[in-house]
Design a protein around this ligand. Structure first.
Ligand code: URA
Length: 200
């Protein structure tokens, strides 16, 4: 897998390789893989955990209500078009019946994401939620609160963890802390001190 991911010389080649992946059992039930949305030219990559049914149906990550909130964070909060950031997931296939993917499945899928980060040229990677953050920082099962609030250096990029938008919809009191994380990411991207209001 790592060798296959490494030979992809651009994101389109990687997307096609991912679409043909049969490395774990998630491929058996999938309608299609969900690779990414956006071109990443703003230097930032958002990473969720796994696509849901809407995302699988349309082949794009973060649609529906949590996708709308993520779009607001990017567009109203950061002042960037959603099309200029890249959005993806740790897992490129939706687990059947939305079961939680296993640690082994995350491990198998990992080289795709690692190569995607490299090829996207992301300077800042923002994992959305505890599982994505734990995966990217190689600290699985670590509470999100001990991973967020700081800038982690991983290889050539920085990781700034924040909440899963689905959790923000359940618990809007976390939006203020999410906004602090996003401001930290904006500072790393050189987007300057934001004058905008936190997205509602
Ligand atoms: N939640 C995720 O983690 N990823 C999606 O693509 C949608 C919702």
């Amino acid at each position: 897998m790592r060798a296959r991911a490494a030979v992809a010389s651009d994101l389109e080649a990687l997307r096609l390789d991912v679409a043909g992946c049969t490395a774990c059992t998630l491929c058996a039930d999938r309608q299609r893989t969900v690779f990414a949305d956006g071109d990443g030219s703003a230097g930032v990559l958002f990473v969720g955990w796994a696509p849901g049914s809407l995302e699988e149906e349309q082949g794009k990550p973060f649609l529906g209500r949590s996708g709308k909130l993520l779009t607001d964070i990017i567009e109203k909060g950061m002042g960037l078009p959603r099309s200029k950031v890249m959005i993806t997931n740790v897992h490129k296939c939706r687990p059947a019946e939305d079961r939680d993917p296993t640690a082994a499945e995350a491990h198998i899928c990992s080289p795709w994401l690692e190569r995607q980060i490299e090829l996207s040229g992301a300077r800042v990677v923002v994992p959305l939620g505890e599982r994505a953050a734990g995966h990217l920082l190689r600290r699985p099962n670590t509470p999100l609160e001990s991973l967020r609030g700081q800038v982690h250096r991983v290889g050539g990029y920085k990781v700034i963890a924040t909440y899963d938008p689905a959790l923000l919809l359940e618990d809007p009191s976390k939006k203020r802390a999410c906004w602090a994380d996003i401001q930290r990411a904006m500072a790393e991207l050189g987007l300057g001190p934001p004058g905008q209001r936190s997205p509602k």
